[in-house]
Design a protein around this ligand. Structure first.
Ligand SMILES: Nc1ncnc2c1ncn2[C@@H]1O[C@H](COP(=O)(O)OP(=O)(O)O)[C@@H](O)[C@H]1O
Ligand SMILES: Nc1ccn([C@H]2C[C@H](O)[C@@H](COP(=O)(O)O)O2)c(=O)n1
Length: 255
């Protein structure tokens, strides 16, 4: 994969990350943790757009890609739908107990690749993160009884090894907060073949995990401060919200 080369020749270096006053402990804040970092490259701000399925993340990223000098990375969903001729996303929805680990292992790899790839613009905005893959989707499969404990244990070991040993910098999380009902409507409208089997209960479960992680901040460590943007509004209103929040987003990323 493209970023594997970035790790070859990477340096073991002390990773000192800024910490907000009063912010909850963040997963990447291990004291004086020596982590693998990309070498030979200036560190650029990274903003992750988080939100439930079909909440409007891609639409938000499209807007910023048109109007700013920002590099936008969408989720590598085309890879999840076609790895050497196989469709692990479709398989996972057909039989989560059998194929959940297959999809989530590949999601973890492709998201790590996204995080480690060279940044081509002054600011990077990316759709979701390695963190939400684990805290929302793996967690949901496990809690709903659709992922065997051994699969969850193996994925957790991988996740913990990666986050303890590799620097995955995130400077700001923008949470597009929707109701599950809104996502259900947008999901139907988008009409992605693999997702036709998704019931409302699935969106409620992922919504609750997002809320516990990013709003109540009780479930898992936060890798970065969170900016919440209410996202149930129509497209025009959402563009206004993005415009209103542009400065805060870019300021929070340190630019
Ligand atoms: N504010 C909005 N109001 C109505 N429909 C929207 C809005 N934002 C996005 N959509 C539509 O909802 C669907 C899902 O949006 P998308 O940006 O792909 O979500 P995500 O990337 O979070 O899965 C798409 O068909 C998109 O055109
Ligand atoms: N770790 C993940 C990440 C995403 N998915 C699924 C959920 C959706 O069906 C699709 C992409 O989501 P969207 O960007 O449209 O919100 O991939 C998953 O199962 N596990």
């Amino acid at each position: 994969m493209s970023s594997a080369a970035a790790l070859i020749g990477a340096l073991w270096r002390t990773s000192c990350r800024r910490r907000l006053h009063g912010a909850p402990r963040r997963s990447s804040d291990a004291p004086a943790q020596r982590k693998l970092v990309r070498s030979g490259e200036e560190r650029k701000p990274v903003i992750c757009i988080e939100g439930n399925i079909a909440s409007g993340k891609t639409t938000c990223l499209e807007y910023f890609s048109r109007t700013s000098d920002i590099e936008v990375l969408t989720e590598p969903i085309s890879k999840w739908r076609d790895v050497r001729g196989h469709n692990p996303l479709a398989l996972m929805y057909q039989d989560p107990a059998r194929w959940g680990i297959t999809l989530q292992t590949y999601v973890q790899l492709t998201m790590l690749d996204r995080h480690l790839s060279a940044v081509a613009a002054p600011v990077r905005m990316m759709e979701r993160s390695l963190y939400s893959a684990k805290y929302i989707f793996v967690e949901n499969l496990y809690r709903s009884g659709k992922m065997p404990e051994v699969d969850f244990a193996v994925l957790s070991e991988w996740f913990e090894w990666i986050t303890h040993n590799i620097s995955i910098p995130v400077d700001l999380i923008v949470y597009l907060q929707t109701t599950p009902q809104t996502c259900y409507e947008r999901l139907k409208q988008r009409c992605r073949e693999e997702e036709k089997v998704i019931p409302m209960e699935y969106l409620e479960a992922t919504h609750n995990l997002y809320e516990d992680w990013l709003i109540k901040q009780t479930a898992f460590p936060l890798p970065a401060p969170v900016l919440v943007i209410p996202a149930d509004h129509d497209q025009q209103k959402m563009l206004q919200h993005y415009e209103e929040n542009r400065e805060r987003i870019l300021a929070a990323s340190g630019t």
